[in-house]
Design a binder for this molecule. Structure first.
Ligand SMILES: [Zn+2]
Ligand SMILES: [Zn+2]
Length: 339
């Protein structure tokens, strides 16, 4: 089969790859669509760890083409979404229900071959069935959506809250919709790209602000009377995390969702955090949120269709990574085999 194999920093080989035979508890998936995530780029750039050689891609959907045993849960032909994060269920974290901290965590597309391929072998525990008529390009958003659901659960948004979202990439644009579903009364998107700001407004933000405008902070203060209950940072830079801490109001919360490079630190004014009783929250992976994400997608509660900026066939995947075509208005790139 055709596969994109990451072999070393800045190199992906699109090649003929021989799949092993599948084992009892596994399913063979014909991959339809696999989203390109910031994590894939970090691995490609050599700033995030992975096994080598490895087929990257952890945001994927497809159709079951073979079953390793006669389990009745799934049928050949089922459309499915795949949760890439595999927990051991044996370590102390798993036994306490804190599976995202699993000491033996493995992930499809990071340590086990993933979705940038024609086929992928997946443990049946990771597979979620979809309705027969469900669009598999949309299903490939289940993984990033499941991570956002974790962030939203940790944020504990209450009806009537005022929420600022920093960053209008695919994550920020999903967050806007989850925040709206949670009953927020006012949602403000902070994003430099005009196109993404407009998309944010289309998807449920009430206001959008360009952070490069020197009056950006003042505009947020005016729109909210300085009473921002929750700020969700979806960029992953120390400067935007510092902005989030400044924007949060009294009694407020900051959710640092974006993943910053390993060497970044922030400066916090401790008196301001003291006076605000500020809560700083994080979100790591997607423990027990994948089913919720699938249900949100199949019931059309989240519009992910508008986030697909570009679809590239697997054979052309190196264009996406080598040229770094991430021009401003690209939200989500998908590597596709079929629809
Ligand atoms: Zn990802
Ligand atoms: Zn574990």
């Amino acid at each position: 089969m055709l596969a994109a194999v990451f072999t070393e920093k800045k190199n992906i080989d699109v090649c003929d790859f021989s799949l092993r035979t599948i084992q009892k508890n596994e399913l063979l998936i014909k991959v339809a669509s696999c989203g390109v995530c910031g994590t894939d780029r970090h691995i490609y750039d050599g700033v995030a760890p992975s096994s080598i050689p490895i087929i990257l891609g952890h945001e994927f959907s497809g159709i079951i083409v073979e079953k390793g045993d006669s389990n009745n849960e799934f049928m050949v032909g089922d459309k499915v979404a795949i949760d890439p994060n595999i927990y051991c269920w044996q370590c102390n974290y798993c036994k306490k229900g804190m599976v995202n901290f699993c000491k033996n965590l493995k992930a499809l597309g990071v340590n086990i071959n993933g979705g940038f391929a024609e086929y992928s072998i997946v443990p049946s525990s990771q597979v979620y069935r979809l309705p027969n008529d469900f669009n598999l390009n949309l299903a490939a958003f289940a993984e990033p959506l499941s991570c956002c659901v974790r962030g939203i659960e940790n944020a504990d948004i209450k009806p009537g809250n005022t929420v600022v979202i920093i960053g209008g990439g695919s994550i920020g644009l999903i967050m806007i919709q989850l925040v709206q579903n949670s009953g927020a009364s006012k949602i403000i998107l902070v994003e430099p790209c005009d196109y993404k700001r407009q998309l944010g407004l289309d998807l449920g933000a009430d206001f959008s602000i360009d952070p490069n405008d020197h009056l950006a902070f003042k505009a947020i203060e005016d729109l909210t009377n300085s009473q921002v209950d929750i700020v969700i940072e979806c960029v992953g830079k120390n400067t935007t995390v510092e902005d989030a801490i400044k924007i949060a109001g009294k009694g407020g919360k900051v959710v640092i969702f974006g993943l910053t490079p390993a060497d970044q630190n922030i400066v916090i004014n401790l008196q301001s955090v003291f006076h605000k009783e500020l809560k700083i929250i994080n979100s790591y992976l997607n423990p027990f949120t994948f089913k919720k994400a699938v249900d949100l997608l199949i019931n059309s509660r989240i519009n992910v269709k508008k986030l697909i900026s570009r679809q590239v066939y697997l054979k052309d995947i190196t264009d996406v990574f080598n040229n770094n075509l991430d021009v401003q208005h690209i939200v989500k790139t998908q590597i596709i085999n079929f629809n």
